[in-house]
Design a binder for this molecule. Sequence first.
Ligand code: NAP
Length: 531
Amino acid sequence: MSDYDAIIIGAGISGMYQLYRLRELGLRVRVFEAGTGVGGTWYWNRYPGARFDSESYSYGFSFSQELLDEWHWTEHFSGQPQTLRYLNYVADKFDLRRDIQFKSRVSAAHYRENSRSWLVTLEDGSCHTSRFLITAIGPLSAPTMPKIDGVDSFKGQSCHTARWPHEPVNFAGKRVAVIGTGATGVQTIQEVAKTAGHLTVFQRTPNWCVPLHNAEISREEMAEIRGHYPEIFARCRETFACFLHTPDPRSAMEVTSEEREALWEKLYNNRGFGLWQGNFRDILIDRKANALVSDFVARKIRQRVKNQAVAEKLIPKNHGFGTRRVPLETKYYEVYNQPNVELVDINQTPIERITSRGIKTNAVEREFDIIIYATGFDAITGAFDRIDFRGVDGLKLRDKWQGGPQTYLGLMVEGFPNMMMQMGPHTALGNIPRSIEYSVEWVAGLLRHARDQHVTRIEATPEGVASWTDHVKALGVGLLSNEIDSWMTGINRNVDGKQTRIIARYSGSAPAYRARCDRVAADGYRELRLA
Ligand code: NAP
């Protein structure tokens, strides 16, 4: 059994950077990673069309000037292959791999009070101990297959998008089915439609998608972007969710309809998340404002899709624009004008079962060569549920969070001393590497304090947890997104016990979140119980 100062679970963006920062403190650190390589999300999600929805240069690590100087993003929204190359480059540059153990899925982590340490067990049965445990397991890393009878009976090729094979999959001339039309499904569909012989999309809930407007970045352009890195990261620090887009301070209701249309037209034609993150300040809280912008996007869909019956199926009816994560697309709607693409609304013709040959709805059985499950994740708490975390007196985290997560700053849980969470429930997500860098540095600061002050036990207090959890819940009041089923509200109809909406996400601003965490550090972490 090997012993470390800190064990990190996961070698994605959080785990890699946490390793780098904890090594700087002179700690003996071990990272356990289930995959065969670094990259987390970008390691697992190799599905066709996977790419950033944040501008590449706002997404990469900002901590190393050398890295910023060396790396050339070739597209405004980098595709998965380049992103994975980037993360491997980072791993090599900072010599991270020597402390990462691959093919090592953590199955259990138990706190032991007598030694104030964690006992971490891997799936192969091996055990490791450490004083501190940092979870870097990602909010969207526990893929879920649909609860449909017969999923295992299909004889063709089938795959969940987050478990995509490492070898290329050829769609040419093939009959392909995609189930799921979230951000992943949309990216997959628009790519597969280019070569598939026939593509059938099984849609349960349409989402409001808007154009990505990706483009290549030339050497000259990248040199110019490099010159602006300080402004880019400063901007991300100021915005609500760390994206480059800043909301318009006006209400959608206080301007004329011409002014509204002008802004929306501009945002629709600009790169990235502008229409979602850079819109009037009230489109996600005011029903009337939201209905107006939804109507604007619905008109765009009707213009882009030739068959109006299909267009109507693609327009969401049960939720307004931006109240679920907005998928960004490149000619997604035009896909439905292609003769080789069919949209099946499974509310009208429900899937009865997967058969050995294909998919049977209550109307017809269709045969396929390939079935792609773009059916999403048991989000935020799912990755925690898949590991047997036990705190003081054997308390199970799964039991503690049964009615929804309770955390201190999204970073710690009472009863689970010396465990810190990266991108767990109740933290600011947004443009995630920006949040990760902050949060990793905060945890490194806490562990530096522990090292310097000879602190061997750190625990959140019940008051701290109650007050943060209440704060997170209060922030969610009035947000239209909390009235809708989605992974953001903890719903996954394929997972038992995930049918009730919860507030699992911090929905305040990232600057406010950082200010709160900064105060705790400046105050010598006195809000925590240190021993
Ligand atoms: P998702 O948004 O949860 O979408 C899952 C899809 O599968 C939904 O359309 C869902 O329908 C459908 N589905 C699930 N179970 C089904 C069933 N039994 N029968 C039929 N349909 C079923 O998951 P995702 O698309 O993987 O995206 C998750 C998140 O990952 C995104 O919101 C985003 O935050 C992140 N992501 C980011 C990027 C990027 O940055 N570029 C790309 C992809 C994903 P219902 O809506 O009816 O449940």
